[in-house]
Design a protein around this ligand. Sequence first.
Ligand code: AGP
Length: 610
Amino acid sequence: MCGIVGYLGNKDAVPILLNGLHRLEYRGYDSAGIAVIANNQIQYVKNAGKVSELSKLIDDSVINGSIGIGHTRWATHGEPNTINSHPHFDRTGNISLIHNGIIENYSSIKEVLSKKGFEFQSETDTEVLVQLISEIYYSDGLNFEQSVQAALNQVVGAYGIVAFCADEPNKLVAARHGSPLVIGIGDDEYFVASDASPIVEYTRNVIYLDEGEIVTITKSGYEIRSISDDRVINKISTEIELSIDQIEKGEFPHHMLKEIHEQVHTITDTMRGRIDPSDGSAHLGGISDQIDRIKSAHRIYITACGTSWHAGLIGKYLIEEYARIPVHVEYASEFRYRSPIIDNKTVVIAISQSGETADTLAAIDKAKEFGALTLGICNVVGSSIARKTDCGVYTHAGPEIGVASTKAFTSQVAVLFLLSLCFSRDKGPTGKNFSEALLNIGDHVKEILKNTKTIDKVADLTFKSENFLYLGRGMNFPVALEGALKLKEISYIHAEGYPAAEMKHGPIALIDENMPVVFIAPNDETYSKVLSNIQQVKARDGIVITLTDNKTNELKKVSDYIIEVPKANHPRIFPILASISLQLLAYKLAVLRECDIDHPRNLAKSVTVE
Ligand code: AGP
């Protein structure tokens, strides 16, 4: 996934574009570039590496103009070097384009253009698109926006693009098919971006482009049309709810740490107004029209990727326990290509922080094709998954900028708690205790954040380890998976999550005095079983790190370190709290290893390609 930004107005575009790229960097940071038009000529600077490196280059060059485009890249076609970075240009150097997505039929178009004498500088699909636009523009007598539209009607794939042309220098053309784009409308100035974060400090007035729309922006206004049939589309602008504080790190050294701390209120924000502790019921407006169909479903599939998939695994335990409906949890990337048993008695729940993950979107298409009811759990309001699903619930965790998901995960789990209460056929004392305990969660999170001494100590003593094992049972098996994923992502330490009892069927071979093993050992029905698993590791000299809300003498005897998790008044709260302790552990280990925590190598915040 890449970040794209465009500006047209009366100000110098360069600082606005650079600022926008800094804000969008979480979407990709392999390379970055900007281009502007000045004196009817395109000037550009682009470079492999981060936006900060691009800024340094720009400081040393004279580049300015009041119309421009900027891009920060997560490489798909071609290595992340300067030639492959965006913006890309046509052969005249008069047309430039930035792109997020993949042009699937680029090689056949490239072949046709090559036969006509076009030469290509980069290995990217994007350069093929800009050359195609150029071929149409300079031979078909169409104006620039018509040429872009004609080219887009020939391509197959996904894109969010912004393009401009030095021959029509006061015009930006942007289009969306599969990658989000927002238009910001200011006073005599316009912005285009992958999301609202580069726009919010200039204007709160925005329009979200929908799939298959193209917009032409000039100083006198904008016009939106349908790419396929050229229909003019009138859209009403909306106000962005985002604030600058939400997207800045503030006093924290990293977005990830800020987001870990925000969990003091985000989990409660997710549940606010949706839970009634007097009878343990939950009310979710976004699914109320479909609730009867959901309650009578024969099966539920939960589909998602990465961390969201881990939340889904926790959801399976909750929904099966409270609502007694069978739940299958599937990676969206697998589900989309399988032949799952889906009919109109099936509910497919898609979980996604960004709401833009390509595999999850495709899984929803598959579910719809077979007549299932689709339900989205998304953080980003108005995202593609939120719009595509039949009904849904927003997590309301606020913008998550850290590439490693933290607060979005715990809010997803909170929504799954709510869904399990909502789908539950019988309310009663269990639901009531559970909902009361859910509402007190913020205080427990505060406690975790206040007392990180043991986590710090464990990090100090283990940060040179190259492997970690995370073990848990029941609902805490997904917690182990998520703990291991967090560690891998930001510290590059190899880590595996396993069901604790499965350890003896293989992973036990890995255990020696150098292997830290994190056990998740709550005071619930799994306690004595986990204790036996710990003993098996201790007997083989593994380094035992135990997370528990039940620091017994037995546990003290077999653990090298005990990370205490606050005791909540319901056992099902423990997984959320344990996840937060594990986020902190991963964070501290990554700090000690001097990793780039908010920009882990090779990753991007959301994956909008297959
Ligand atoms: C989380 O830390 C990861 N960066 C990643 O696994 C992420 O959860 C996954 O790509 C799914 O993203 P989504 O929730 O935006 O769909």
